[in-house]
Design a protein around this ligand. Structure first.
Ligand SMILES: NC(=O)c1ccc[n+]([C@@H]2O[C@H](COP(=O)([O-])OP(=O)(O)OC[C@H]3O[C@@H](n4cnc5c(N)ncnc54)[C@H](OP(=O)(O)O)[C@@H]3O)[C@@H](O)[C@H]2O)c1
Length: 286
């Protein structure tokens, strides 16, 4: 899958001579450069759709495990050929993460926004949300942990230098943003119902890892903040097998949820670093 070189960019002061390198000049794209990881379907695909559709500027890099099979993403690529790049990335394969970082470095030189949207709740024969301790298996705990916690943090590690160079330049924010898609069930303080051991604990781990990165970025004075987002219960493949008990009016469309989440990202300030927000902007206890 080829990346494109955007034509609409503008000169902006760079913090480092290692900045964007189109045509050999230090240039930054108007509207910024955003990456959505886990963009083949569901909430990730909706982020890409809204980042492209709601604004007429800015470039989006969408990553997914199998670009050739991501038909909706490829349809978007046809429509927004100049502003959308698609790269292959599987969070369980660090080489693909590193290769994506290298491609982005070569073509853009920096990032202003990273959204980690990939995640798994169930997979036939591998992971079923556990209703009781007796159903907990080492393999399903590790499977959930690898995709939901380890993956996003490795992506953040490899994109870090690019985010540091990007900061808030070309956008309306002061800082670059890492937004990791978590889930309210990852909150220990909010755990009233129990169950879902693998998914729940993998999101708790993601929360702790993201908070720890946020502390490090702040200590280093890097122009990056990290937040965790709970999208609500959203009508996607992930929630579909479990929608029976969702109260009326509590099952959101992807369009509604992502609109809310993007407004949180757009308004985020430095003192939001390390916070865990629900779709409505309310903070969720750890
Ligand atoms: N939907 C909800 O109600 C809800 C609620 C709370 C939190 N969340 C969180 O929101 C995020 C998005 O969920 P969703 O509802 O959009 O789920 P979804 O529709 O099932 O989509 C999951 C995405 O994750 C990708 N993915 C899975 N394994 C991957 C891997 N190894 N490497 C890269 N990508 C991988 C999938 O790619 P493939 O197409 O290749 O499988 C797909 O793009 C998740 O983190 C989820 O935990 C969702």
């Amino acid at each position: 899958m080829n990346l494109f070189i955007p034509r609409t960019f503008m000169a902006l002061p760079l913090r480092s001579s290692r900045g964007a390198s189109f045509c050999g000049f230090a240039l930054k794209c108007e509207g910024g450069v955003s990456m959505v990881q886990g963009a083949s379907r569901g909430i990730g695909l909706q982020f890409v759709t809204q980042l492209l559709g709601k604004k007429d500027k800015g470039h989006v890099i969408a990553t997914c495990r199998n670009p050739n099979g991501a038909t909706s993403l490829l349809d978007l690529k046809k429509k927004f050929d100049e502003r959308l790049s698609v790269l292959q990335l599987d969070v369980t394969n660090e080489n693909t993460i590193e290769a994506s970082a290298n491609s982005i470095r070569e073509r853009y030189g920096y990032l202003n926004l990273l959204i980690n949207a990939s995640g798994v709740l169930s997979k036939p024969e591998v992971l079923q949300p556990e209703t009781t301790l007796s159903k907990v298996q080492k393999s399903s705990l590790l499977f959930a942990y690898e995709i939901n916690a380890v993956g996003p943090i490795l992506v953040t590690k490899h994109m870090w230098p690019l985010l540091k160079l990007g900061g808030g330049s070309g956008t309306e924010r002061d800082v670059a943003v890492v937004a990791n898609l978590s889930a309210r069930v990852g909150s220990i303080g909010d755990n009233q119902l129990g169950g879902w051991y693998s998914y729940r604990s993998s999101k708790t781990a993601l929360n702790q890892l993201t908070k720890t990165v946020a502390v490090e970025f702040a200590r280093r004075k890097d122009p990056i903040i990290c937040i965790l987002l709970h999208p609500g219960t959203v009508d996607t493949d992930l929630s579909r097998p479990f929608q029976r008990n969702v109260p009326e009016g509590k099952l959101f469309t992807k369009e509604f949820s992502v609109e809310k989440l993007l407004s949180i990202i757009d308004r985020v300030k430095s003192n939001d670093n390390g916070k865990f927000f629900a779709w409505d902007g309310q903070e969720i206890p750890w």
